[in-house]
Design a protein around this ligand. Structure first.
Ligand code: GLY
Length: 301
């Protein structure tokens, strides 16, 4: 059994952006699926699918991310191997196109889990991962948004999540032929964020979690709320402790996000049988999945 699921954010995706989201998650799904079909590892599938979405300016990850209050792009990402429980993450990293690859390299080549800012860039350079200019990551749409936000007196990312401000964090969860579940998440965070602000995505247990004996989860939504309910691990713990199926656990997690901290967001989940599930409490969520029990991709926005 192999199975793969990706997401491209949960928010009020406007009608004129649905196609771009469909194309983006479809392309990420196919890249990961091809790796799994060829006998590749869940970690490779997750990393490569997320890299594709980091390169796609539709999403708030890698190039195309939101700009912080200083006009800079700071990226967060994490990845986890559910068989070894090894994990790696970067937070507030600048001048990197593919933070998910730095996160994977930290997981595989260091004893650390999370590196931030300049330390993460130093580690990337030491390990031959290319750096880039801040301007290489900024797209015109986000420069305009940033300029508008500088003249706006008050702006709250929390309120923005209720409207049409994008929350295009990306993520993926894979089950490979060896029974390994891996999960990963990558984001530019929230629009006009305070410099150094870190959301849920690079925090293991909050934005990402995988345990090959239980399942894997990647989250999207308002990070400050997701952190408070440790959303990814909450979903995993619910499956383990109650024996609930992953759809029930995903819904439990999102209900808890809402009831405890009035949070908005979404989760993708796989269980050990490769059953995919999705839950969200935003108007829309971009996602795509496929399992070896299915004849075609499922793409939904
Ligand atoms: N969920 C992404 C963030 O809040 O940074």
């Amino acid at each position: 059994m192999i199975s793969f699921i990706v997401h491209g954010g949960a928010w009020n995706i406007p009608n004129d952006m649905i196609d771009a989201h469909r194309v983006g998650v479809t392309s990420a799904l196919r890249i990961g699926w091809k790796i799994l079909e060829g006998g590749g590892s869940a970690i490779d599938a997750v990393e490569q699918a997320i890299r594709t979405m980091e390169e796609n300016p539709t999403f708030d990850a890698g190039r195309g991310s939101f700009v912080n209050a200083m006009g800079e792009i700071e990226l967060d990402a994490s990845i986890m191997n559910g068989t070894t429980l090894r994990c790696g993450a970067v937070a507030s990293v600048q001048n990197i196109r593919n933070p998910i690859t730095v996160a994977r390299t930290i997981m595989e080549k260091s004893e650390n889990v999370l590196l931030t800012g300049l330390g993460a860039v130093r580690f990337a350079k030491e390990n031959g991962i290319p750096t880039c200019k801040n301007d290489d990551l900024i797209v015109g749409r986000e420069l305009q948004r940033w300029k508008q936000l500088q003249v706006q007196k008050r702006f709250s990312a929390k309120d923005a999540f209720k409207g049409t401000v994008p929350s295009d964090t990306v993520g993926a969860v894979a089950l490979d032929a060896n029974g390994m579940i891996a999960a990963g998440t990558s984001t530019g965070g929230t629009p006009n964020k305070y410099p150094g602000r870190v959301g849920d995505s690079p925090l293991i247990g909050c934005g990402t979690y995988a345990d090959s004996g239980i399942g894997g989860v990647s989250c999207t939504g308002y990070g400050e709320a997701i952190i408070k309910v440790v959303l990814a691990k909450t979903v995993i713990d619910y499956m383990e402790m109650t024996g609930a199926d992953c759809a029930t656990a995903a819904t439990y997690g999102i209900n808890r996000l809402k009831s405890k901290v009035d949070g908005l967001g979404g989760v993708i989940v796989l269980d050990t049988q490769g059953r995919p599930s999705v839950a969200f409490n935003t108007p829309r969520m971009a996602r795509a999945y496929r399992t070896s029990a299915m004849n075609a991709d499922v793409i939904e926005v």
